[in-house]
Design a protein around this ligand. Structure first.
Ligand code: WQD
Length: 344
């Protein structure tokens, strides 16, 4: 009997890539999403990539406990991957109540439904933002979680604590939090990828939209940081590599290989890449010239952040394999696919 995985937020950027890799690995997937931050493009793309037409899709809001609980009576669920959350750092500063209410209540509802309906494994989509303004690099899972720099980051810290405390309190839930660094890129098929609503906050979608002509110019926020070329350093993880880390994690849980009932893993490439390096690599691999200029620093940016991924490499048997060049090519192919669809 195939294991069934519920993917909350499964129609979104990372959720759709994870759904592809879960299906490829022989799992059945139920996709649940309230469609507040995506359309059906990626869900339809998942069906094309996997060739599987019968992927259950439930449009629903995890803030509504009744519909969350109904999932557990309608389906036999062996594990849940929880992506469903708002994730724009800047927006969370402007709308904290919306972020605390949505990100905490949706997760609390999920855990309460699991508590009521029996054993289940939980993979929580966490973020490197839980480390706050780190002093020592690279970051390991034992690095202290300093105060998060946004309500979004605080909701990730709180959800990790809620999961850990719930697991401690009862025996029918085990869980793993994956702390992503900077997910970028798209599936090689160019059928799924990142579809930010409005003006992109993140670097790579802003780059690809500038290259395609949707944006006039890329503003590089600061080139006076204490880094080799003055621009910020980040750990950019290819979204397909990230998705495969989720499959390795689910397998660890459903096959009973966990060493603790609650575990945490950093998911990154384990090396820093600067904004300027990423921009020039994008230009080189896609044989184009990008219009960019340096402007003042962006509030809240930390100069450098990258992961020590030893634990994930050793315990999950997972390591990022795609090169920055491959990832930036895939991001560009996806942007061109989106533009061609929009111009139809
Ligand atoms: C990366 C670098 C910017 C845009 C955020 C969240 C994190 C995670 C990933 C959710 C920074 C620079 C960016 C632009 C630029 N999301 N930049 N011009 O801030 O590292 O992380 O997204 O989990 O939680 O905090 O990612 O892509 O916004 O920025 O110069 O137009 O690119 O200053 O140095 P960030 P980012």
């Amino acid at each position: 009997m195939k294991k069934q995985i519920l993917v909350s937020g499964g129609a979104g950027y990372i959720g759709s890539h994870v759904t592809v890799e879960l299906i490829n690995a022989g799992y059945d997937v139920i996709v649940a999403d309230n469609m507040s931050n995506c359309d059906m493009t990626c869900y339809e793309g998942v069906k094309k990539i996997t060739g599987k037409q019968d992927i259950p899709f439930v449009e629903m809001d995890f803030c509504n406990y009744g519909v969350v609980e109904k999932l557990f009576t309608d389906y036999k669920i062996d594990a849940v991957i929880h992506f469903a959350a708002f994730k724009a750092v800047g927006e969370s500063v402007v709308k904290p109540i919306m972020y605390y209410k949505n990100n905490l209540l949706s997760f609390l509802n999920l855990l309460e439904a699991i508590q009521k309906h029996g054993a289940c494994n939980v993979l929580f989509s966490s973020s490197a933002t839980v480390y706050g303004e780190v002093e020592t690099l690279p970051v390991t899972e034992k690095s202290p979680r300093l105060p998060a720099t946004s309500p979004y980051g605080k909701t990730k810290q709180m959800c990790e604590d809620i999961l850990r405390d719930t697991i401690k309190a009862q025996t029918n839930i085990k869980g793993i939090a994956l702390r992503y660094f900077n997910p970028i890129g798209a599936h090689p098929s160019a059928l799924i990828g990142e579809l930010p609503r409005g003006v992109p906050n993140n670097l790579v979608p802003y780059i690809t939209q500038t290259a395609i002509g949707k944006r006039e110019c890329l503003n590089i926020f600061g080139n006076d940081y204490p880094t080799p070329d003055g621009t910020c350093l980040r750990d950019y993880i290819d979204v397909v590599d990230l998705a495969k880390a989720h499959v390795a994690t689910i397998t660890r849980m459903v096959e009973g290989c966990m060493k603790e009932d609650y575990e945490v893993f950093n998911v990154g490439i384990g090396r820093p890449v600067s904004v300027l390096e990423l921009v020039t690599t994008f230009e080189k691999v896609n044989e184009l010239s990008l219009n960019y200029k340096y402007v003042e620093r962006r509030m809240g940016d930390v100069p450098s952040l990258w992961a020590d991924t030893t634990l994930a490499n050793e315990e999950l048997g997972w390591k990022a394999t795609r090169t920055l060049e491959e990832t930036l090519k895939s991001a560009w192919e996806w942007e061109k696919y989106v533009a061609q669809k929009e111009n139809k």
